[in-house]
Design a protein around this ligand. Structure first.
Ligand code: SF4
Ligand code: SF4
Length: 316
């Protein structure tokens, strides 16, 4: 599977004779680093991973630290971003402690490495309601993408994406696949059989998205492929909330999920945002995971956010 280099080059942004690609394996919107408003003034290089069983960023940091240093220099020089620091789990301290960059150690417990929680942990302040980290001038970029920028700085373009494959028995392996490769082809090569009713997820078990065609290609941000055995799938139900409170207890940002789900079920998206903290949700999926009534809480939340963003666009 090959990718037209011409197509990619068309999307590059030239800055004083050097280039920032539109996308690079590990990060989809690289060139937008230059166009944010407010501008990015702090890049956080993610050496931790965002979902359970996924170890893509950790592996890239472990194996490509020299490329990462070159990539950080490239970010300083080309994107003119002064502050770059690294986010790592404790077992990677020895890889970064002598580099001279700030680094922050995040406890390896889900969902601690989701960017909004990282910011809250480091700065002891939550991101303001409805805002993203980039609204604070902070952008998170995976260690893999920064390593690939380091290669670019030396004249080598990388088109392969590092991926954690999570098999049906939850064992994992790492592969590299060219961006654009169909997921089905990868599973064939690995000898992973997909049976009727099995679920294929792009991403990890908590935050990933199910795909419905094995022709779906590897994208620049495909960190993981999770193959879930049909016997392991717990289907959502249309049972009403029994108000057990488990979702509220588990939510890392104290969203009143039991109340939120009631208004979302009724399509009251603005009320969900105004009264029940919909926009505080950091999309960890834990509420759905613990819901004894099997209400698809996370899906309701994502739908609510999507509908709100559409309303915002229509009001522009
Ligand atoms: S997904 Fe659920 S548990 Fe996670 S932050 Fe959002 S509301 Fe809270
Ligand atoms: S966990 Fe499910 S049933 Fe329990 S309060 Fe939350 S939404 Fe309701």
């Amino acid at each position: 599977y090959s990718l037209s280099i011409d197509t990619v080059e068309d999307e590059w942004v030239e800055i004083s004779n050097e280039y920032m690609p539109a996308s690079i394996p590990g990060y989809k919107n690289m060139s937008s680093l230059l166009g944010f408003d407010p501008p990015v003034n702090h890049v956080m290089v993610m050496g931790a991973d965002l979902d359970l069983f996924v170890t893509t960023n950790q592996l890239a940091l472990r194996e490509r630290i020299e490329d990462i240093v070159k990539g950080i220099n490239y970010i300083h020089r080309v994107a003119k971003i002064g502050k770059v620091s690294l986010i790592i789990p404790p077992d990677l301290i020895s890889y970064v402690e002598d580099l001279g960059y700030d680094f922050y150690v995040i406890k390896p417990r889900y969902p601690n490495s989701i960017p909004k929680l990282v910011i809250k942990t480091i700065f002891k302040e939550p991101i303001p309601l409805g805002k993203e980290t980039r609204d604070m001038g902070i952008e998170f970029i995976s260690s893999e993408a920064v390593a690939n920028l380091g290669c670019l700085a030396e004249g080598t373009l990388i088109f392969d994406k590092l991926i954690t494959v999570i098999k049906k028995d939850y064992s994992t392996l790492h592969i590299k696949a060219r961006v654009g490769t169909p997921i089905g082809y990868i599973l064939d090569v690995l000898g992973i059989e997909v049976l009727e009713g099995d679920r294929i997820v792009i991403g990890g078990p908590m935050r990933g998205k199910t795909i419905h065609s094995l022709d779906m290609p590897v994208d620049y941000d495909t960190d993981a492929i999770f193959i879930q055995d049909r016997g392991e799938i717990i289907y959502a139900s249309d049972t009403h909330c029994i108000n057990c409170g488990e979702c509220v207890k588990v939510c890392p940002v104290n969203v009143p999920v039991n109340m939120l789900v009631r208004v979302l079920e009724n399509g009251l998206f603005e009320e969900a945002a105004k009264e029940y903290d919909l926009l505080s949700c950091i999309e960890c999926g834990l509420c759905s995971y613990v819901c004894i009534a099997r209400i698809p809480v996370f899906q309701y939340i994502m739908l609510g956010k999507y509908e709100l963003s559409k309303m915002g666009e229509e009001n522009v």
